[in-house]
Design a protein around this ligand. Structure first.
Ligand SMILES: C[S@@+](CC[C@H](N)C(=O)[O-])C[C@H]1O[C@@H](n2cnc3c(N)ncnc32)[C@H](O)[C@@H]1O
Length: 205
């Protein structure tokens, strides 16, 4: 089964609230983004945003330039339906982060919760890093949540790469500076403990 088919099936088979990674609010992500102290015009992309409510909360906070990208059309359609007319100012992109074209130097913030960790192949990780580097504005921010080393080895039935801050730093390379790190324990709706590592990186130039 292709990656896209996997994710379309996931979002067709369960309600959003039943998915393992579901949280009513992505509070850690929101806190990290708001803590950057950017203007409400800041350009923010949520990569693999799926059906999460981060976009709702960013709109509530007053951010005006938001893009949500996901490989699953079904996930984005659920999110758009939930938002109703509030979805209109948001840019919605259905695509695979492995091969989608993103505008150069566009985003002040690139957010990713539980997407990068699915890239278990070094070439895929490098490709992601290059896309991130290209699409972020100078001195742009990368806010990322991945499984930490003590988390399970799979997420959504797929193998994941688990990261310490040092491993993330090594994977991203010298073009990114680690500004902040924290761990946050997530309990899935089924009661499984998943330790996440959240990091804020800044592009060095
Ligand atoms: C574990 S879910 C996390 C969703 C959301 N970020 C959250 O925290 O609630 C992973 C999301 O990434 C999307 N995804 C997986 N692989 C992707 C890829 N290669 N390109 C874009 N999106 C992808 C999935 O469709 C899914 O919505």
């Amino acid at each position: 089964m292709s990656q896209k088919d996997h994710w379309e099936q996931v979002y067709s088979s369960k309600a959003s609230e039943e998915l393992g990674w579901y949280e009513p609010h992505l509070q850690t992500s929101l806190d990290l983004i708001q803590g950057l102290g950017l203007s409400l015009d800041a350009s923010i992309i949520d990569v693999g945003g799926g059906a999460s409510t981060l976009v709702d909360d960013l709109l509530d906070a007053g951010y005006r330039s938001i893009t949500v990208l996901d490989i699953s059309a079904r996930a984005l359609s659920l999110t758009r339906k939930r938002l109703g007319t509030r979805a209109e100012p948001v840019t919605w992109r259905v695509g695979d982060i492995d091969d989608i074209d993103l505008p150069e130097g566009q985003y002040d913030v690139w957010h990713d919760r539980a997407v990068f960790h699915f890239l278990t192949d070094v070439d895929q990780q490098r490709n992601y890093r290059d896309k991130l580097l290209g699409a972020l504005a100078p001195r742009g921010h990368f806010v990322v949540g991945t499984f930490a080393p003590e988390a399970p080895p799979t997420c959504s039935g797929l193998p994941v790469q688990r990261y310490s801050p040092e491993q993330l730093e090594a994977t991203l390379g010298a073009s990114f500076e680690l500004m902040h790190q924290r761990k946050s324990l997530h309990l899935t709706p089924g009661g499984v403990r998943q330790m996440y590592l959240y990091c804020h990186f800044r592009k060095t130039s």
